[in-house]
Design a protein around this ligand. Structure first.
Ligand SMILES: [Zn+2]
Length: 388
């Protein structure tokens, strides 16, 4: 099985190469805006139909090489798949590269990227570390995105990684949330408080910059949120890595499908709740990726009262959840950490998908004294496997 992976590589072009790359990026952006205008005005969004309207013009007006003209058209067509009610503008200096306009040249001392520009190809070396070098070594990348950011050029190179066929039969439920960033039924747990504290720190800085409202304050604001995202990303990578390291052979990761604000543009900006759902989804995707890399299958299940169901007697009651952190069953008195209970219920959902009898053997808990003698599976839980 193969898994795609993006390797971000800094480029080290000469001043002359930089000029060529920058001119090409600008032409690509202008071409996208031209194509976007044609598409929007004539209401033609199908890539093939659009091609006939803009291909020759794109090449003549912006002097783009053939495949860059095609990539520009594709980028525009793709963007209009999401929304067609407004004229889309392209501002970022980034362009898509395929195998005709980009390839890697492997030399013993360095790896070079050969990239088509408006004039000739440029061949700057990649400025990368050992880790990236190893990822690129036996890869045959066919796709990359060139990005200009903070006066530097980056190549986001897509490579495919060979991974073991996922297999396993021991479900490990993983609950992500505010109190515990991660709580798993194998006993692995990471508190979320630290993340939130740091977040508060950033929020304070941000509101004082917002109050200023000057151009330079706005720039700092942008930088800040990038820094914030990077910081959160690093935490999520560390947490997911540590969790995946805690898995044993034969484990299956079971997570809850997160619902809600996924594609809601209105909520996307600056809402604190939205920040958290973004972070939680990201954490899940990191866990998924790192698990699959190790051949551990990943399954998402529909949320089914996982936080209020008693894992011992099956009693479902909002009152079971005494507080954010405490679960106590109103029927049988079973008591435990609430996030841990949710993760246990998740692992059980995977054990009892529709048509399969519930399995009663206890899962490995974090407390030795915690035993489950009987478990009534919730009615017809929906389980769906997620492939690569
Ligand atoms: Zn109970």
């Amino acid at each position: 099985m193969e898994l795609p992976k993006t390797v971000v590589c800094k480029l080290k072009p000469t001043p002359e190469e930089s000029e060529k790359l920058l001119a090409t990026l600008k032409a690509f952006k202008d071409a996208c805006n031209y194509i976007s205008k044609v598409a929007f005005e004539r209401k033609v969004f199908n890539p093939v139909a659009l091609h006939h309207m803009v291909y020759r013009e794109t090449r003549q007006m912006f002097k783009l090489p053939a495949n860059l003209a095609i990539r520009a058209r594709d980028r525009v067509a793709k963007a209009y798949k999401l929304r067609r009610d407004t004229l889309l503008q392209f501002k970022a200096l980034s362009m898509d590269l395929d195998e005709r306009i980009f390839r890697l040249i492997y030399k013993p001392e360095r790896i070079f990227a050969s990239i088509s520009t408006l004039q000739k190809r440029v061949k700057p070396p990649l400025d990368i570390g050992e880790y990236q070098r190893r990822l690129l070594e036996d890869a045959k990348p066919t796709h990359a995105v060139l990005v200009y950011r903070n006066n530097k050029f980056f190549l986001h190179i897509t490579v495919t990684k060979e991974i073991p066929e996922p297999k396993g039969n021991n479900p490990v439920g993983v609950d992500v949330g505010m109190k515990n960033l991660l709580a798993a039924s194998n006993g692995f747990k990471v508190k979320g408080g630290e993340t939130l504290r740091k977040r508060h720190h950033f929020r304070g800085l941000r509101s004082s910059l917002q109050a200023k409202g000057t151009a330079s304050a706005k720039r700092s604001l942008k930088r800040l949120s990038r820094r914030e995202r990077r910081w959160v990303n690093t935490i999520l990578h560390q947490v997911s890595r540590a969790f995946v390291n805690s898995l044993k052979e034969g484990d299956i990761v079971v997570m809850e499908k997160l619902t809600g604000i996924r594609n809601n543009a209105k909520h996307r900006k600056s809402q604190n709740g939205d920040f958290h759902s973004w972070a939680f989804r990201r954490l899940q995707s990191f866990i998924e990726y790192k698990s699959l890399e190790r051949g551990v299958p990943v399954v998402y299940v529909e949320p089914r009262n996982t936080s209020i169901t008693c894992p011992r007697c099956g009693h479902v009651d909002k009152a079971n959840r005494k507080s954010q952190s405490l679960f106590r069953c109103t029927k049988c008195g079973f008591q435990h950490n609430a996030d841990y209970v949710a993760s246990l219920n998740l692992s059980r959902l995977e054990l009892a998908p529709p048509g399969r009898a519930p399995v009663n053997e206890p899962n490995a808990g974090m407390n030795g004294d915690f035993k489950m003698n009987h478990y009534d599976s919730p009615a017809s839980p929906q389980a769906s496997a997620v492939g690569s």
